[in-house]
Design a protein around this ligand. Structure first.
Ligand SMILES: Nc1nc2c([nH]c(=O)n2[C@@H]2O[C@H](COP(=O)(O)OP(=O)(O)OP(=O)(O)O)[C@@H](O)[C@H]2O)c(=O)[nH]1
Length: 135
């Protein structure tokens, strides 16, 4: 019988500063996909809208507060991820309260989309970066 993958709903943010650089965080070495650079975010939990999930993740991961209306849909990725299928919604955000501080990531960095090719990222992120470069 054909296998039917479960879709994993993930939301992530392209937090963008005045220079057009975007915040990336490095996954801890012991985590799945350890050492890869990614957009902050995570899985949408039951009972959450994508925007509520992203605001929660940004507070948990970076200690920043965002208003839901400041999360602007930008692009998405739809890719196989192991036995599952990843649907990653990427939002643009230029306004937040607080200074991003890594609570789980081993490092954070502000990176221009043109410079992201030099960093190892999860496979689903490369098409996202290509689109960010064109915007
Ligand atoms: N936040 C984030 N996750 C990404 C990106 N690209 C990508 O493939 N993912 C994948 O989407 C999933 C995000 O969920 P997560 O960050 O809560 O996953 P996790 O494994 O760290 O948490 P867990 O302990 O709940 O399993 C992971 O499988 C992660 O590898 C990205 O740019 N940002």
């Amino acid at each position: 019988m054909e296998k039917k993958p479960t879709t994993l709903f993930v939301v992530a943010a392209a937090l963008t500063n005045e220079s057009g650089a975007i915040l990336l965080q490095k996954r801890p070495d012991h985590a799945s996909m350890g050492g890869l650079w990614e957009f902050p975010g995570g899985k949408v939990e039951a009972g959450e809208t994508p925007e509520v999930a992203l605001a929660r993740e940004l507070f948990e991961e970076l200690g920043i507060s965002v208003n839901l209306q400041d999360l602007i849909p930008e692009t998405f990725a739809s890719e196989p991820l192991g036995e599952r299928h990843l649907l990653l919604l990427l939002y643009r955000c230029v306004t937040w309260e607080g200074t991003p501080t890594p609570h789980f990531a081993s490092e954070i960095a502000w990176v221009h989309p043109n410079d992201m090719a030099a960093l190892p990222m999860p496979p689903a992120d490369y098409p996202l970066v290509e689109r960010l470069k064109r915007i």
